[in-house]
Design a protein around this ligand. Structure first.
Ligand SMILES: [Zn+2]
Length: 157
């Protein structure tokens, strides 16, 4: 209960629309944009080149030929290149699960405080006890038990 409230207070200080972890990931991807070449094709589809490999990014359907954008829900570096070439913030194009508004919706229900055991009503039924411990059958011991003389001989060595 305390942890959820502390987390809520921390989240209220957060100014971005996406979660902190997603913001870190997208920031790292933005730092790698200069390694890629982005070419518009006159449609919502772009060609992104990296090390002689071409990737097709469709910003209309949020689809990349590498498949990571569809898998993660966050624009992978290919899509980040496209959004950066358009001077757009890739944080606006993450899946709604990563938005702070979703986080606040999920944790909008509070845990109600409880009164102590002194205020609880006594049950009419007997207390519930743990079950008896049952000894399960075991495999017999494989090692032979050494007798006293053998143990004394080993101790003398
Ligand atoms: Zn990709």
């Amino acid at each position: 209960m305390t942890r959820i409230e502390e987390e809520r207070q921390n989240k209220l200080k957060w100014k971005l629309a996406v979660c902190e972890r997603v913001d870190e990931i997208l920031t790292k991807r933005e730092e790698r944009v200069y390694e890629y070449i982005t070419r518009p094709t006159g449609s919502p589809r772009y060609e992104v080149t990296f090390a002689e490999n071409n990737f097709v990014v469709d910003i209309g359907t949020k689809h990349c030929s590498c498949g990571l954008w569809q898998l993660e829900g966050k624009p992978y570096v290919h899509a980040v290149c496209v959004y950066k070439s358009q001077n757009k913030d890739p944080r606006k194009y993450v899946h709604k699960d990563f938005l702070m508004t979703t986080w606040f919706t999920v944790y909008s229900h509070f845990l109600e405080p409880l009164r102590g055991p002194m205020f609880w009503t006594k049950s009419l039924y007997p207390d519930i006890l743990p079950p008896d411990i049952r000894v399960l059958p075991r495999k017999p011991k494989r090692c032979r038990t050494k007798d006293v003389i053998q143990r004394m001989e080993e101790a003398e060595k």
